[in-house]
Design a protein around this ligand. Structure first.
Ligand SMILES: C[S@@+](CC[C@H](N)C(=O)[O-])C[C@H]1O[C@@H](n2cnc3c(N)ncnc32)[C@H](O)[C@@H]1O
Length: 276
């Protein structure tokens, strides 16, 4: 595989975090994936491709939706993610679900094989996404759907990532790849994404922006969570002498979102695209 340095950095980051990704109790990726699967309107017996499946947030929700007569294929560029998810599948004795290491830029399946292609918090990292949309379309059977989502950027009055100014500021300062947590809009913004999808031959393009509530038991748990996904890139880029200060800044801002019951609940907008 011929990869650019930013693609290699993305793959390495997810290889590094695969063991802890979405496992530390913070709620974020799973509710987003559940909503994506709902918007994709998957039905029993359907065949689904999950691009950038990671540890299976959308994969398992899709498998539940299509039932035993359906099939879900998860692909991911990170071999470590696929190894962990394959082990989870074996543990759950899951049937009708398979995973494979594969680049979402050019999935190798026959035309018309799937009823839906989905990608939760993943396809904005796929290089040449506008061209990939065209490939996803050819993978779809007539009436097939594409459903993808990513964090919607908040730039006003100040940039926020995961609803927090402190994370946006640190990510900008320590240059996290724009592919992972875009300071600019994921997918190039809703107008460009809609145009890219139209050019790729999709119709009935719907855009939904909805808040997901990022839920953590404590500010400290939230900081530890930022080490377990794409934000790991920020910590790895940051000179270690800044780690303590940045962690305290994130904790202090997160504490502002503490509810009466003592948990942290941060509204964080997500943009979903659904097309036919
Ligand atoms: C933020 S995680 C999302 C994982 C999962 N979909 C979820 O909702 O929890 C992004 C995933 O996309 C994968 N990824 C990044 N670039 C990719 C590419 N070009 N092709 C396939 N997967 C990719 C990463 O390895 C990672 O597992």
């Amino acid at each position: 595989m011929n990869m650019s340095s930013s693609e290699t950095a993305v793959r390495r980051t997810f290889d590094t975090v695969a063991g802890s990704y979405d496992q530390n109790g913070v709620e974020y990726f799973r509710p987003i994936a559940a909503r994506l699967v709902e918007l994709a309107a998957l039905g029993p017996g359907e065949y689904v491709l999950d691009v950038g499946c990671g540890r299976g947030a959308a994969l398992f929700a899709a498998a539940d939706a299509v039932g035993p007569a359906g099939q879900v294929v998860g692909i991911d560029v990170s071999a470590a993610m696929i190894a962990k998810t394959a082990a989870d599948l074996r543990r759950r004795h899951a049937t009708g679900v398979v995973v494979a290491v594969m680049d979402g830029a050019a999935p190798g399946f026959g035309p018309g094989y799937f009823d839906a292609v989905i990608g939760s918090n993943s396809v904005h990292m796929v290089p040449g996404l506008a061209s990939a949309y065209g490939r996803y379309r050819t993978l779809l059977a007539p009436g097939g759907r594409l459903a993808v989502c990513a964090p919607a950027s908040v730039l006003e009055p100040e940039p926020r990532v995961f609803g927090l100014r402190s994370i946006a500021a640190a990510a900008a300062r320590f240059s996290v790849s724009a592919r992972v947590y875009p300071q600019e809009e994921a997918f190039g913004g809703p107008e460009k994404a809609t145009e890219d999808l139209r050019r790729a031959g999709f119709s009935d393009i719907a855009v939904h922006v909805e808040d997901v509530v990022l839920r953590a038991d404590s500010p400290d748990q939230l900081v530890r969570w930022t080490w377990t996904h794409g934000m790991r890139m920020m910590w790895d880029t940051m000179p270690t002498e800044h780690h303590e200060t940045v962690a305290r800044e994130i904790e202090a801002e997160a504490a502002e979102f503490m509810t009466d019951s003592g948990v942290i609940e941060i509204p964080s907008p997500v943009r979903y695209f659904v097309a036919r």
